[in-house]
Design a binder for this molecule. Structure first.
Ligand SMILES: Nc1ncnc2c1ncn2[C@@H]1O[C@H](COP(=O)(O)OP(=O)(O)O)[C@@H](O)[C@H]1O
Ligand SMILES: [Mg+2]
Length: 283
């Protein structure tokens, strides 16, 4: 029964994930307040009709960070917290955190200019992967096999002009068995995991390929929880690869899609997220 608990959801569009979240909230008798990320304005003074908790589902990293900053400013707890969004939304800061907390992660070297970039790539060795510091769905990433191909990618990136493309995140290429792993953490629990298989080296479910439920082994569970805790915890999808030396974490996603994972595992991920948000909102 509803006791007037209000769950806010900040979103760009209603994808299957948001549809499932709205349905889960409704099933639990919660009142849902919807905020469109292209429509909402934020005054310094708190509005009168605030929700008890805000679930961020905006596809924009910038909007996610500012919106959760505002709701936090108004005293509304958010899933995830703005600091977590900022940190996990940035692959450079995430890598530093994972390393600092002893979570195995691929060797990574950053350069802040096209002049220094070739040295970052040399330092990780070939093949290397160049990634944008902020981004998802495997976009704008390149695998380079030689100094010559690295030089060409660096030149193209610099020509794009945007400041974010003059940051060069170079990572050792991890030879993986045609798949990677995605584990979904809600609070202090791994709720599901899947393998993502693909013909190409980028195995993002959004790029096609196939997914399959993965067993929650002790290694996977432990590393995923440690990776989530390293960025501040909450609702986080942890990406891992099976390297020759064991699992390594390469990314922690703070506003993850979960349609493919729910389909592959049958896990009620939306329900778990709403339960978690309600718990946070009632604290
Ligand atoms: N260092 C790497 N070695 C081999 N494959 C990688 C490496 N980093 C990423 N990949 C592949 O590329 C995909 C996308 O990389 P990721 O770092 O997760 O960025 P995104 O934010 O775009 O998902 C991963 O799921 C993985 O399959
Ligand atoms: Mg990823």
């Amino acid at each position: 029964m509803s006791d007037g608990f209000r769950l806010g959801i900040f979103l760009t569009i209603v994808r299957p994930e948001e549809k499932a979240l709205l349905a889960a909230a409704q099933e639990r008798g919660l009142e849902v307040v919807r905020y469109d990320d292209r429509d909402t304005t934020f005054a310094l003074e708190p509005p009168s009709d605030l929700p008890d908790v805000l679930v961020n589902r905006s596809v924009s990293h910038t909007r996610s960070v500012y919106a959760t900053r505002y709701f936090a400013h108004y005293g509304v707890p958010t899933v995830n917290e703005p600091e977590v969004l900022e940190l996990a939304g940035d692959k450079i800061r995430t890598s530093m955190r994972l390393y600092a907390r002893g979570v195995p992660t691929p060797r990574t070297v950053v350069a802040l200019s096209p002049e220094a970039a070739p040295r970052a790539v040399e330092a990780v060795g070939y093949p290397a992967v160049l990634k944008p510091a902020v981004g998802s769905w495997g976009r704008l990433m390149a695998k380079v096999d030689s100094a010559e191909s690295a030089e060409q990618v660096i030149e193209h990136k610099s020509a794009l002009g945007a400041p974010i493309h003059s940051v060069f995140y170079a990572q050792e290429y991890v030879t993986k068995p045609g798949r990677d792993l995605r584990a979904f953490v809600v609070g202090d629990e791994v709720v599901a995991a899947m393998y993502r298989r693909s013909e190409g080296w980028r195995t993002n479910a959004a790029r096609g390929g196939s997914v399959e439920a993965a067993p929650l082994t002790p290694e996977l569970t432990e590393l995923s929880l440690r990776a989530a805790a390293a960025v501040g915890g909450g609702v986080l999808a942890v990406d891992l690869m099976e390297s020759s030396g064991g699992l390594v974490v390469h990314e922690v996603n703070p506003t993850p899609e979960f349609k493919a994972l729910a389909g592959a595992t049958g896990a009620d991920i939306a329900g778990r997220i709403v339960d978690y948000a309600e718990r946070i909102g009632r604290q």
